[in-house]
Design a protein around this ligand. Structure first.
Ligand SMILES: [Zn+2]
Ligand SMILES: [Zn+2]
Length: 755
């Protein structure tokens, strides 16, 4: 060594665990001839380094610039320290988690090195379904506690064989300290079960599964974050059987394709049209399901996404999925193994009993899944991939607040598409998608997730934030939790979720369009716009309210919304259902009706009037079918805007109804007119509110903005007028983003109270 011996202590935060960061530090210390040690604490990497000061400086730079691809290191502190005259550089055992600064790494897709290994007959992990290394493999779904060490994961039950241990302990091996590391001799194994017969062993189980799939059989396959129901995506019979058994007549089914070609997307491109952004989204490290336009000539079953032009597609992400897809040689349906809307099933016994009527066969493995992580879903809107569901590979989402919270808080989200969030200091961690909270199973999973997110981060919430709807299971849980409760209005939470993603923006005009959320005086909102910022929102625009017939049933029966609009407008109409006269009488007497300003229900009504859709089988179906049908109608006029007695600017839908019912025009034209009229109406509201209200940006949030046609048209119309519009980039625009918004709003309210 040249120069005087100096030493520094360096602390790094960010994503530095579960991504091969400590071995990397060890390697670069070697490269610069430095001594010392590196260790993990809860969420941080601590380095003591000794050597010449210029070498240490270059080492510090390399800690960031040369970091492994999946790491996101941040230097938290770097201080001079007394040299210990260490002989070499070592990796120390982790110290146990103390403070709540742990970062849980997400599950990672099978890296190219591991993929090459499972395809190479000379490797000892040839065709091994659980191959992984420091750059890939499960994390979030197998971590029991932090720090991230093998004893704290679901892999602790597997004793490493001598060959694996040698790799684990060799600093120059790519499996050095790879916690889930395993091989055919010592790691997890597949078991195939059908008709009461069991077949243990990776190769026999795989080949039995492939035989089943080729015969059109439905197999429940245990993956990374839960089970999939898998069948041949080109077989109408198999797909229809799956639909009938899952009691899922219409809801789209995701399709997984074998990875092929230079970027892995060749086969996928033969079935769907991918834009550059959609291709990039397919290759995102989360390997999400991406919505893409299906090719009309594709040989896939038409029953996969009836009435829709897009298909959810994705690549295999674990070695097991690669082996299955390669073995099958074509696209496979891979839809969540759950009961309608519930969390994805993770336990073998649960799968065997609860999926018994759906799957003919089961492919299990014995690596436990400690928490569910459904597949992540993305849709590219305005050129940016937007999360529709945050799950495997994305969860837990990590976000930051611009001001620290006074105390740790748990936000319990909404009722549908539920996820929960834990906030403390300036950090917010959002759980994976849990599901709809209609069943006891779902509510159990929800309660477990609340406990889990606190235990994992060693943070105990002292306050709970929830929706203001008393009927939501999440609100009921909050009220029974024993903690102080703050209720946040549904649409205010949406607006704050968006604002929380763009902390530099001071003042917003935010449109929170969705299907349903509780408003004032027991009314249901869903077409509102708010002016202001978190902690200080004022409702300034809405939709002309109407009396929705049948309460919650309206969402599944579009004829109810259509009838309400037509009757409200004084038009003659009898819905195409048996009990029409009775329904009209109930509506006139306001029996079982609720006042609403929901854009979601407007979409329902339009789908009934334009397409004759009177019943649906899944949430959002009417709007999705309208979107799929819509042909651009740039010349269409806006829905008129009127000012109501409270000074709110309301969108009036009445004048548009005759055009929607005009059968001399095609379904495509009318669906297009509806989208264009709404987009123009939103822009009219923006322009009318511009005077005297001063806002920096227009925000678009709420489930309605999952609609790409509508969102992109609004953004384009605003761009023509140089008005910036923002949508979510980090949390879902649907109710999956509510929990984050609840925390942002709570933080702002507390901040204001403290001033
Ligand atoms: Zn790997
Ligand atoms: Zn081994």
């Amino acid at each position: 060594m040249t120069g005087k011996l100096t030493a520094r202590n360096i602390v790094l935060g960010g994503r530095v665990q579960g991504v091969g960061y400590r071995p990397f530090v060890h390697r670069i210390a070697g490269r610069f001839g430095l001594a010392g040690d590196v260790s993990n604490t809860a969420g941080q990497v601590l380095i003591h380094v000794e050597g010449a000061s210029d070498a240490i400086a270059r080492f510090e730079t390399a800690l960031i610039t040369d970091a492994p691809g999946l790491a996101r290191p941040k230097v938290l502190s770097s201080t001079p320290y007394a040299p210990r005259h260490a002989a070499d550089f070592v990796i120390r055992k982790s110290t146990s988690a103390t403070a709540g600064d742990a970062h849980v790494p997400p599950d990672l897709f099978c890296c190219p090195d591991c993929l090459a290994e499972i395809q190479s007959p000379s490797e000892r992990r040839y065709r091994y379904p659980f191959c992984n290394c420091t750059q890939c493999g499960p994390r979030y779904t197998i971590i029991r506690d932090l720090p991230y060490d093998r004893v704290n994961t679901a892999m602790d039950r597997f004793e490493m064989c001598p060959a694996c241990r040698a790799e684990y302990e060799d600093p120059f091996d790519r499996r050095f300290h790879a916690q889930p590391l395993a091989c055919p001799d010592c790691g997890p194994e597949l078991t195939f079960v059908a008709n009461g017969n069991q077949c243990v062993g990776n190769e026999p189980a795989l080949s039995a599964t492939l035989d089943c799939l080729r015969d059109g059989v439905i197999v429940a396959v245990k993956g990374i974050g839960g089970y999939h129901l898998v069948c041949d995506a080109s077989s109408d019979a198999a797909v229809m059987r799956l639909r009938a058994r899952k009691v899922r007549p219409d809801k789209p089914l995701a399709v997984m394709f074998p990875q092929s070609g230079a970027d892995g997307l060749d086969m996928l491109r033969a079935y769907v049209r991918l834009t550059a952004e959609e291709a990039a989204a397919c290759l995102d490290p989360a390997r999400p399901i991406v919505l893409a336009a299906r090719r009309p000539d594709s040989s896939l079953s038409t029953a996969l996404a009836q009435g829709l032009s897009e298909l959810g597609v994705f690549l295999p992400y674990s070695p097991l999925h690669h082996l299955l897809l390669e073995g099958f040689g074509g696209p496979l349906v891979a839809t969540s193994g759950n009961i309608s809307g519930e969390p994805v099933i993770t336990e073998i016994a649960d799968a065997q009993s609860r999926l018994a009527d759906v799957a003919d066969a089961f492919l299990h493995h014995d690596r436990p899944i400690l928490r569910p992580a459904d597949d992540t879903v993305m849709r590219v809107i305005s050129g940016v991939p937007r999360l529709l569901r945050a799950g495997r590979g994305q969860a837990p989402l990590e976000l930051y607040l611009s001001h620290p919270l006074p105390e740790p808080v748990i936000a319990v989200g909404g009722h549908l598409k539920n996820s929960v969030a834990l906030g403390w200091g300036q950090r917010v961690v959002v759980s994976s998608h849990i599901g709809d909270l209609d069943s006891p199973h779902a509510r159990d999973a929800f309660a477990r997730m609340i406990e889990d997110v606190q235990a994992l981060h060693h943070v105990r919430a002292r306050h709970v934030v929830c929706d203001n709807h008393a009927g939501y299971a999440s609100t009921k849980w909050a009220r029974g939790s024993g903690l102080p409760v703050t209720e946040i209005g549904h649409h205010v939470a949406h607006a704050s979720a968006l604002a929380g993603e763009y902390p530099d923006m001071q003042r917003w005009l935010t449109f929170t369009w969705d299907g349903t959320g509780l408003g004032d005086h027991g009314s249901i909102w869903g077409g509102e716009a708010f002016l202001g910022a978190p902690g200080d929102w004022r409702r300034v625009a809405s939709v002309r309210p109407f009396h929705q017939l049948g309460g919650d049933r309206a969402a599944r029966e579009p004829w109810r919304s259509a009838s309400a609009l037509l009757w409200e407008a004084g038009l003659q109409w009898m819905p195409p259902v048996e009990r029409a006269a009775l329904a009209k009488e109930a509506w006139q007497k306001r029996v079982g009706t609720v006042q609403t300003s929901s854009i979601g229900r407007l979409f329902d009504a339009a789908a009934c009037l334009v397409m004759g859709l009177s019943e649906t089988s899944y949430e959002g179906q009417a709007a999705m079918m309208m979107e799929a049908a819509a042909k651009p109608q740039p010349g269409a006029t806006a829905f008129p805007i009127k000012r109501d007695e409270d000074g709110l600017l309301v969108i009036d839908w009445a004048d548009v109804l005759p055009a929607l019912m005009d059968k001399t025009r095609s379904v495509e034209t009318r669906a297009g007119l509806f989208h264009e009229g709404l987009a123009q109406a939103l822009v009219s509201q923006v322009l009318m509110l511009q005077d005297g209200n001063g806002f920096d940006a227009v925000g678009l949030t709420g489930g309605v903005f999952q609609n790409k046609v509508l969102s992109e048209r609004v953004v384009a119309l605003l761009a023509e007028r140089d008005i910036p519009a923002f949508q979510h980039r980090q949390v879902p625009t649907n109710d999956g983003g509510l929990a984050f918004g609840q925390i942002v709003e709570f933080a702002a309210l507390r901040q204001d109270a403290a001033v």
